[in-house]
Design a protein. Structure first.
Length: 191
């Protein structure tokens, strides 16, 4: 083997190692119970719905929505740095999560269900060591969630669509208004 060919192979191997190491560092974490508990505390666990990724806050960085079950939503919010919000009960009149998290769900099988939202930061997006923001959306009766665009004030925004549970099951939407998540039954105006 000639010296120039040896140097070329050595450089190619070195570049492969650098790119491989970088790919391993930036790989998205697996969203499992360990990830959920790391981000939202030991009283939370994953439920059997897929995690959804989209830019929910309009900053160009990917966010994630995870369906979970959290026994005590307020317990770990200071330590894990998330905000508990209740846009569903706010829409219907009173959404203080310090009080509304104490209400018993009508459906015991859905008790404690929450949407766990992480707003991404930087190149690592929602799995950054320090994300932009984390929210636990409580008291929302959901059986299925998905994300897609919604027209709000003549602008497209990514929103969380929710197929609700209960006798009058309907589809509703959660959208980030720049300050908080707002709930709206579909067919009503978000303007």
């Amino acid at each position: 083997m000639s010296f120039p060919r040896f140097v070329s192979l050595l450089l190619a191997g070195g570049l492969w190692l650098v790119f491989n190491a970088h790919a391993q560092q930036t790989a998205e974490p697996v969203i499992d119970n360990d990830f959920v508990q790391k981000e939202f505390g030991s009283n939370c666990s994953l439920i059997d719905l897929p995690a959804l990724q989209a830019d929910l806050d309009g900053d160009g960085i990917e966010d994630v929505v995870i369906a979970g079950r959290c026994k005590s939503p307020m317990m770990d919010q200071d330590e894990e740095r998330y905000v508990v919000v209740d846009p569903y009960d706010s829409f219907f009149g009173y959404g203080n999560p310090k009080i509304t998290t104490q209400f018993a769900s009508e459906d015991p099988a859905r008790r404690g269900f929450s949407l766990l939202v992480i707003h991404g930061a930087g190149a690592d997006a929602w799995h950054a060591a320090t994300p932009k923001a984390k929210f636990m959306i409580v008291n929302l009766p959901f059986q299925k969630i998905y994300v897609k665009k919604l027209m709000v004030k003549k602008r497209d925004r990514m929103a969380i669509y929710v197929e609700e549970t209960g006798g009058n099951a309907m589809t509703s939407v959660l959208v980030w208004d720049g300050k908080k998540y707002r709930y709206q039954p579909l067919g009503s105006s978000m303007d």
